[in-house]
Design a protein around this ligand. Structure first.
Ligand code: GDP
Ligand code: CA
Length: 337
């Protein structure tokens, strides 16, 4: 197995990729070549413009994580970060004060914004940024592609008693960072998705892969938005590669983040079986051949198999690289079975 394609969000996807690459390097993934190539198709619907800068949280989390520049405690942004620019902006009273951009991180956004202003598409800009973060360690073996070059943004409708309509629509970042996902979400609106097209290389990465993996990323605002880009779902339905996912829901709740709230808002049961059925079996018009659930959710296996999805229950906590590599190995084994 030479070509692996992963549809990734931010932290969950990045941690999974670390384990996957660890497994490739250590030779512990069954049937995977030591020089296998990994293409990451990352969610860009978390992106937004703030303080005049184009910020791409999921692309950057993957890039910094695989380039060893991530802050390991926060799981986002740069290590050894300082916050002078944020403090200065706050001193001017410039909103949003609740969104933290670190000084080192700002350099990335300045470079990205300049290149975008100069007319380069996000995919080219990402390639340029990755020459710093990925090439030194991974050469050509790891590619990071935005799901689309078009502007697509997740917004969340939340209840708001002060508004005449009883609701207010905020950018996903405001829902997550300012409101901490504590306000009930009524629905998720992915602005621009219907008119977007996959970035160059994305469809080929799916149709030309030996395996496609969904890491335990958010099913609504990470994998869900990637699947919403017209053409991507069809590529997954028609690829000859097996498509296998890993559940981000363990024991009926998310491990971190806000998947529970958002799954509820789209009417999907918050469980490993609920998310697996939501993606659906490829044999029945969905996108999955296989789905891994955590050992604690072993009782879900039968229901998923009945839905036409191959399933097994294994430990799914990404506690360290070795444990995560074992998850990747289990996904690859499931694909081969
Ligand atoms: P985000 O963009 O930073 O929110 O990251 P992702 O969308 O890639 O991943 C978020 C998802 O990862 C959440 O729904 C979590 O439940 C899931 N997650 C985080 N850590 C783990 C873990 O150790 N095991 C599993 N199974 N899921 C995890
Ligand atoms: Ca994200």
């Amino acid at each position: 197995m030479k070509k692996l394609t992963v549809l990734s969000g931010g932290m969950g996807g990045a941690r999974f990729l670390q384990g996957l690459l660890h497994g490739i390097t250590a030779g512990t993934l069954p049937g995977v070549d030591g020089d296998a190539e990994v293409t990451v198709v990352a969610n860009t619907a978390d992106d937004w413009w703030v303080h005049g800068l184009k910020v791409c949280p999921d692309l950057d989390t993957v890039m910094y994580t695989l380039g060893d520049g991530i802050d390991p405690d926060r799981g986002w942004g740069r290590r050894d970060e300082t916050w002078s620019a944020k403090e200065e902006l706050a001193a001017y009273g410039v909103e949003p004060t609740w969104f933290g951009l670190g000084d080192r991180d700002i350099a990335t956004h300045l470079v990205r914004t300049q290149l975008i202003d100069a007319g380069y598409p996000l995919s080219k800009v990402t390639e340029a940024l990755c020459r710093r973060w990925l090439t030194p360690t991974w050469g050509d073996r790891v590619r990071l592609l935005p799901m689309t070059d078009d502007r697509v943004e997740s917004h969340v409708a939340v209840a708001d008693a002060d508004s005449p309509s009883g609701r207010r629509v905020v950018h996903f970042q405001e829902y997550w960072v300012r409101m901490r996902a504590e306000v009930p979400a009524e629905t998720v609106v992915v602005v621009g998705i219907d008119d977007s097209s996959p970035a160059p290389g994305v469809l080929d990465a799916i149709t030309g892969a030996d395996i496609v993996l969904f890491p335990p990323s958010n099913p609504v605002v990470s994998v869900g938005t990637i699947l919403g880009v017209p053409g991507i779902r069809d590529a997954l339905r028609t690829t000859t590669a097996p498509v296998v996912g890993l559940s981000p829901i363990v024991g009926g709740s998310h491990v971190r983040g806000m998947a529970e709230q958002l799954l509820a808002s789209i009417g999907v049961e918050v469980s490993a079986v609920g998310v697996g059925r939501h993606y659906g079996a490829r044999s029945a018009g969905g996108v999955l051949d296989g789905w891994l659930v955590d050992e604690r959710d072993a009782a879900d296996v039968t229901g998923l198999e009945e839905a036409g999805i191959r399933c097994s229950a294994v430990p799914l906590m990404m506690t360290d690289h070795a444990a995560t590599a074992a998850m990747a190995a289990a996904a690859i084994e499931l694909a081969a079975s």
